[in-house]
Design a protein. Structure first.
Length: 407
């Protein structure tokens, strides 16, 4: 992130307990150091100097090894840095150790962070949109800017512009300046004392404690994948360098796999997907029409074959394997014929649907609610249609009898 980082306010000489080697050499991958303290049953180690970057300012921590023991977390404790290990170090305080940084992870973080600086500078200088916040993620990162009016076309233009700036290979340097005299910062710092300033030659000056590449071409390709509005700002998702190449490769593979069953080229997919979606909507509409028509025929047969009870009501009992709600079209067709009550249930799940025709004077909602309560179930609904479930499917025959249906 550009400024306000915990370890971006002072020079390495102001941190006596741990000299931060990454401040002046972000490419340093192997270093020697002396153990100053061991804690956490040997799993937390403090060194007199370190190249391990701690989680800070939104940038994730480094991984690697100390004396060939894996480092799983790096924590900034103001004047010193705690290295959390996967297992006890097995060495005493005062021992000399060699630390090895996970180079691939470090370079990835350097590319993302420097890419963010370049992108934020572009947004500010060419669009007047200052950066509000930044989030660095494991797969992608986001930058929130105080600006609106982004479109996919404008995003593509910005992407092309920021890649052009990166390819111009501007030098990226680090300096230490007093906060009271530091000038030309993209964002003013509210910290006193010595600031660590990261400068992209001719483009940006930001107070920052993070790790960065030496020249902008090292950022590699930058992809601006999408944007969204958030709290009056615009949030842009971006990825840089090797991560961008990997994402582009994955996207190409996914498009190719999606296009293959359609015997289409990847660039034809958007139009084909729209056509397929329209066709699916039409087919779903036709399916519902046919189901309704089929339900009408089935309802006629069931209604005519259902015997009348003592009150002249035809009672139709159906047991299904799916959700009772799926039988709602059939139930609606039945009660539309009049003089009918319908009970649908699933003997495995205990789900129940109860429907009554208006001319039966039976309130489906009240009747089902009371019947369910009598067997420890819950449910209810409208006078014509109600749903619920019993606590124990074995009680369904009892429920059916309560509602006037043979078990």
């Amino acid at each position: 992130m550009s400024s306000g980082m915990n370890n971006g306010s002072t020079s390495p000489h102001a941190t006596p307990d741990t000299t931060r080697l990454y401040y002046d050499d972000a490419h340093l991958a192997r270093f020697s150091a002396s153990v100053t303290e061991i804690a956490g049953e040997g799993r937390i180690v403090y060194l007199d100097r370190t190249a391990f970057y701690p989680t800070s300012g939104g940038q994730p921590h480094d991984l690697g090894t100390i004396a060939e023991v894996s480092v799983v977390n790096v924590v900034d404790e103001e004047s010193r840095i705690a290295h959390h290990l996967a297992e006890p170090l097995g060495l005493p305080a005062g021992a000399m150790v060699v630390g090895q940084i996970d180079v691939a992870r470090r370079i990835d973080h350097m590319q993302q962070h420097t890419g963010q600086h370049l992108l934020s500078a572009l947004f500010t200088d060419e669009y007047g949109w200052p950066t509000v916040s930044v989030h660095f993620g494991e797969e992608s990162s986001t930058v929130d800017v105080a600006g609106e009016g982004l479109t996919l076309e404008l995003l593509a233009t910005i992407e092309q512009r920021v890649n052009t700036l990166a390819l111009e290979n501007h030098a990226v340097s680090v300096s230490y300046e007093d906060a009271s005299t530091a000038e030309g910062l993209r964002k003013a710092s509210d910290r006193a004392g010595t600031l660590r300033i990261v400068t992209i030659e001719g483009l940006d000056r930001s107070a920052c404690g993070g790790t960065h590449v030496a020249r902008t071409a090292e950022i590699g390709a930058m992809l601006l994948r999408r944007y969204e509005k958030t709290r009056g700002n615009s949030r842009i998702e971006f990825i840089c360098g090797h991560r961008a190449v990997q994402r582009a490769r994955l996207d190409a593979d996914l498009l190719t796999r999606a296009a293959r069953p359609l015997s289409a080229a990847p660039h034809d997919l958007p139009a084909l997907v729209e056509q397929q979606q329209s066709r699916l909507v039409e087919l779903e509409r036709e399916r519902k029409r046919l189901l309704s028509e089929l339900a009408g025929y089935e309802a006629q047969a069931l209604w005519q074959s259902a015997p009348l009870d003592a009150n002249g009501v035809r009672r139709v009992r159906r047991v299904i394997t799916g959700a009772p709600k799926e039988a709602e079209p059939l139930a609606q067709q039945l009660i539309a014929l009049g003089g009918c009550a319908v009970l649908v249930s699933n003997d495995a799940t205990g789900g129940v649907l109860f429907a009554t025709a208006a001319d039966t004077a039976l309130d489906a909602g009240q009747l089902l609610k009371a019947a369910l309560q009598s067997v420890g179930g819950r449910g209810g609904g409208a006078p014509s249609l109600a749903q619920g479930a019993v606590a124990d499917p074995a009680s369904l025959p009892s429920l059916a009898l309560t509602l006037g249906f043979p078990g």
